[in-house]
Design a protein around this ligand. Structure first.
Ligand code: SMG
Ligand code: MG
Length: 366
């Protein structure tokens, strides 16, 4: 396969409602799309970096700069996803930028040979159960209305974003209103310290599936200690940027569940390595989300169909965030999304819609 050129396209996608987490509030998604052009096929990758370095150190302008200045120039003459992964390896970090390029190459390569991403990765299911991530709200009644709406739509589990001051009360209110049978979990996005363990232990009373990333990104040892103080299982998100991190976390007892986000770990090949490792250790997985458009969502749904993904993911429907997606919208059927069956990621941007939301494009001839 020979790449003739690569397009970096920025799009601005307004969110239907603000999405608040412990680190900030998103109102618009500024997305970087990578389109790899070869004589045989085109491939797409979506960079999950956010506008600001608040979720992690990465942000979208830096990802674009990494791609144009270092990663694209380092591409091998005849790339496939594995060769691209190796060629980018010398550059430290910037996993979200690397993931976008590797995914675009992988998509082009799979489309050229007619293979769906799900089958390439080893998927075992043709649809995946879906959860929804519910942001921090201004009041408990507002939260209960939001959760009621999502349960009506058919979501199979609810994840509440928490932070100090918005933790026990919202969880208690959701349990009281919707009952014990609702699959419920929380995500702190690193908002606590080990000194908060007594407060976090009070969440044990609510029979949560898991608590996601309670402590800081590099607090692996502290997470291991916290795990001995809680009965609620600990799930790591921000802390796991590679299979090596996953191995360390599992060995330390820092988590019993991992939220896998291909962007955070540098791509779908690395995500699959984590899947093999976690399965061998009996660690449960689920697929996270970064408010992806249909391009990123399609690939995540393929990953979520692997057999080790035993918990519902943050693989919500397109309309969880967007009035209009840039692909045919992903829609919930009976709480599930269908795994795309076409070659590569199996979806294409709708050209008119894509143009409408585009804020800039850059063409790099190879
Ligand atoms: O795509 O539904 C989604 C987002 C799910 O909560 C979600 N993501 O820490 O897991 C997480 C957050 C990261 C993005 S918050 C702006
Ligand atoms: Mg998270």
């Amino acid at each position: 396969m020979k790449i003739t050129g690569i397009e970096l396209r920025r799009i601005g996608m307004p969110l239907l409602a603000p999405f608040r987490t412990s680190f900030g509030t998103e109102t618009e998604r500024d997305v970087l799309l990578v389109r790899v052009v070869t004589p045989e096929a085109e491939g797409w990758g979506e960079c999950v970096a956010m506008s600001q370095p608040l979720y992690s150190s990465e942000y979208v302008d830096a990802a674009a700069e990494m791609l144009r200045r270092f990663l694209i120039p380092a591409l091998p003459a005849h790339p496939d996803a594995y060769r691209v992964q190796r060629a980018m390896e010398p550059f430290k970090g910037h996993r979200m930028a690397k993931a976008a390029l590797e995914t675009a190459v992988l998509d082009a390569q799979l489309r050229a040979t007619g293979q769906p991403l799900a089958s390439f990765l080893g998927a075992a299911a043709d649809r995946v159960p879906c959860g929804v991530s519910v942001g921090i709200m201004n009041s408990i009644p507002e939260l209960l209305d939001a959760v009621a709406g999502y349960l009506d739509e058919g979501y199979i589990r609810i994840k509440l974003k928490i932070e100090p001051g918005w933790d026990l009360a919202p969880v208690r209110a959701v349990r009281e209103r919707f009952g014990e049978q609702v699959l419920l979990q929380v995500d702190a996005n690193a908002a606590y310290t080990l000194a908060d363990a007594p407060r976090l232990a009070k969440l044990d009373a609510f029979d949560l599936l898991l608590i996601e990333q309670p402590l800081a990104n590099d607090d692996l040892v502290q997470h291991a200690r916290l795990a001995t103080l809680l009965t609620t299982p600990i799930c790591l998100d921000e802390s796991i940027e590679s299979a090596e991190h996953a191995a360390a976390a599992i060995t330390l007892g820092a988590c019993s569940i991992i939220n896998v986000k291909p962007g955070r770990v540098g791509g779908y090949l690395e995500a699959r390595r984590i899947h093999e490792l976690a399965r061998a250790h009996g660690v449960a997985l689920w697929c996270g989300g970064m408010l992806e458009t249909g391009i990123g969502r399609a690939a995540n749904v393929a990953l979520a169909a692997l057999p080790g993904f035993t918990l519902p993911g943050d693989t919500s429907a397109s309309r969880r965030y967007f009035a209009t997606d840039i692909t045919a919208p992903f829609e919930l059927r009976d709480g599930h999304l269908d795994v795309p069956t076409g070659p590569g990621i199996g979806v294409d941007p709708i050209q008119d819609i894509l143009e409408e939301v585009t804020t800039s494009t850059e063409w790099i001839t190879l």
